[in-house]
Design a protein around this ligand. Structure first.
Ligand code: NAP
Length: 302
């Protein structure tokens, strides 16, 4: 079998297009536009790229993008004061503090300070608890994007056995909860799971969110499974030679051995171009949702 590649780039582009249309409709009806504030502390190169891309996508969807760059030595209190000011700002419907933050700042205190109604990253314990309780919540973007990819690919997920490798608050736990909400039978695996390959072989839907390059091998996968690879790992690529500074080139791979698993699975997300593009699209989706709920507007179906 050669698996069908799940085109996250295309599915994300379509989702962003539908969000853009919904934003235009709300603007026409109410004269208001959703606003997303992104706060970056320090000068981490990867974070700079993420923040820039988020700003571009926000504006492309017709939303207002607010970017705040604070120096790397910003004290925790100053960042928390900035978050509180954004909580109180009516034109800001979503707040995202780009992680990681410098060591003097507690990531958890930042998460705890964001108003849950503006918590478009879905990490505030109020949103995590509401998700588990089956209540209306803002849901973390990468898990939401992963589950949308599975639904776009398979349609109905009810009754399928989903195995999720990884139990982080950011990815594994919310993916498990979202798949449970879709009536999957859910197994969560992690670093202490006994016989992980045998566990994975039971999965109709296998989600890998570990952070170990190409951990999941071909013989870990049930024939015909749908494999969602959340991992992003940079590895050496000697076959690509040297860059213009004489350093060895690198490439991105997921947590799944793509070539081997493609021979067994029916559907698989590539890295890059699978889950990654869905994350920003779902950030926009959450901002739209937050905007509608804060204003009492009916939420458009996107
Ligand atoms: P994390 O917080 O480091 O969690 C990793 C999880 O993997 C933990 O639950 C850990 O188990 C488990 N694990 C570690 N080694 C394992 C092993 N040998 N066998 C089975 N399980 C193992 O990572 P994360 O934030 O969830 O991110 C996971 C991956 O997703 C990373 O590659 C990250 O870069 C990527 N990611 C991608 C996006 C995107 O936009 N595509 C967004 C976020 C994250 P324990 O709990 O037992 O330690």
């Amino acid at each position: 079998m050669t698996a069908q590649k799940i085109d996250g780039k295309e599915i994300a582009a379509q989702l962003r297009g539908r969000i853009g249309k919904a934003v235009a409709g709300l603007q026409a009806a109410h004269g208001k536009t959703p606003g997303l504030a992104v706060v970056l502390v320090g000068e981490d190169a990867a974070s700079e790229v993420y923040v820039r891309n988020k700003g571009i996508a926000t504006k492309a969807a017709g939303m207002t993008s607010y970017e705040f760059r604070l120096p790397a030595d910003t004290p925790e209190d100053a960042l928390l004061d900035k978050v509180r000011a954004l909580n109180a700002e009516p034109d800001v419907n979503g707040i995202l503090v780009q992680f990681p933050v410098p060591a003097q700042i507690s990531q958890q205190r930042v998460i705890d300070t964001i108003d849950p109604s503006k918590d478009v990253d879905g990490l505030n314990p109020a949103n995590a608890g509401r998700l588990v309780s089956g209540l209306q919540a803002l849901t973390p973007c990468t898990p939401l994007g992963s589950v949308i990819l599975a639904k776009e690919t398979l349609g109905e997920l009810s009754g399928k056995h989903a195995v999720i490798i990884g139990r982080s608050n950011l990815v594994g736990k919310p993916v498990a909860q979202l798949l449970l909400n879709e009536n999957c039978t859910v197994t969560m695996a992690h670093s202490r799971t006994a016989d992980l390959p045998a566990m994975c072989r039971q999965a109709d839907i296998l989600v890998a969110a570990v952070g170990i390059a190409e951990l999941v091998k071909g013989d870990w996968v049930k024939p015909g499974a749908c494999v969602i690879d959340v991992g992003i790992n940079r590895i050496d690529a000697p076959e690509k030679g040297l860059d213009d500074k004489g350093r060895g080139k690198t490439r991105l791979v997921g947590d799944v051995d793509f070539a081997a698993v493609s021979e067994i699975a029916a559907h698989i997300t590539p890295v890059p171009g699978g889950v990654g593009p869905m994350t920003i699209a779902c950030l926009l989706k959450n901002t739209l949702t937050a905007f509608c709920r804060q204003n009492g507007f009916e939420e458009p179906e996107v």
